[in-house]
Design a binder for this molecule. Sequence first.
Ligand code: AMP
Ligand code: MG
Length: 333
Amino acid sequence: MRMTAVVLMLGLLTAAGCRETDDSHRRSQYLMGTVVTITVAGLDRDDADRAMNAAFEEIRRLEGILTFFSEDSDLGRINAAAGERPVGVSAETIEVLAEARRISDRSGGAFDATIGPLVSLWGFEVKERFVPPKEEIERARTLVNWRNMAVDPELGTVRLERRGMKVDLGGIAKGYAADRAAETLRKHGVSRALVAVAGDIRAVGEKAVGVAWHVGIQHPREPGAVLGSLKIADRSVSTSGDYERYFIKDDVRYHHILDPATGRPAAASRSATVLAPTTTLSDALSTAAFVLGPEKGIALVRSVPGAEAIIVDREGRVHVTPGLAGKVEGLAS
Ligand code: AMP
Ligand code: MG
């Protein structure tokens, strides 16, 4: 299901008339549990390949540091030491956790990187498809609180204050990886590229002189259809949706974006798309805006310089920030 956003995006690049020019090269790899697609324009094949290889390698390296699923990753070690001691971690982990804390603060905790106990309980990762008992949701919920995560940039350490706490960077790490991959491409002489880590997309420069990159936004209820499309250059866009990982039981859709306030799947939105200067920011903000829903979500995004949003609410109504009014192509309402 995670593939839809990427496949759709690629389809749209063609459908929208932004066909690959002769000098553009595209490759995909399966990394961070999803499909990563990099498109490079303006270089010959050998130079583009070298740059793309380096960018994929950078994402693989970050996955090794930030994954929730390994005991040896920075995250695995932080989580294993919860309630016991601070853990020394890489500069990258400090950077992404510091940004996660800022967004947690700004969003009043709608985004919370200590969501791990709830994510594990709901078990979307292991395909256990049942609604956990109320008491267990409550117990996990009391462990979720970013204020109990101490990040010390000077010492390079992270400490979780309570036993059982767990950091999960599913809502921000793909965006961070897209930013780092974009940086790697630039270091290799790339000035035009699109990096898509599933629904977290970073545009480096324009596609060609005067031609922006064209990105489709997945329709949350019509697989393979677009809600609308955006033109971006040197900017990032991320979408969070309730259609990516979910199960339906007794006519209720249970999906993977959880509201820390209730411990249950957030119910106010179908999808939230955020544009921002970096993908780290657009990724975290899209998750936060999804949880907050149209009113508070739009207010949050408006408070962040350079950010814009499109939120589809639970009834399917579309809300956009004033800066995007009239700029989303094909938007029905
Ligand atoms: P995204 O698709 O970027 O919105 O990220 C969703 C992923 O982020 C989930 O699969 C969880 O790993 C994690 N997550 C779920 N709920 C939250 C939340 N409220 N705050 C931060 N991360 C979350
Ligand atoms: Mg996100």
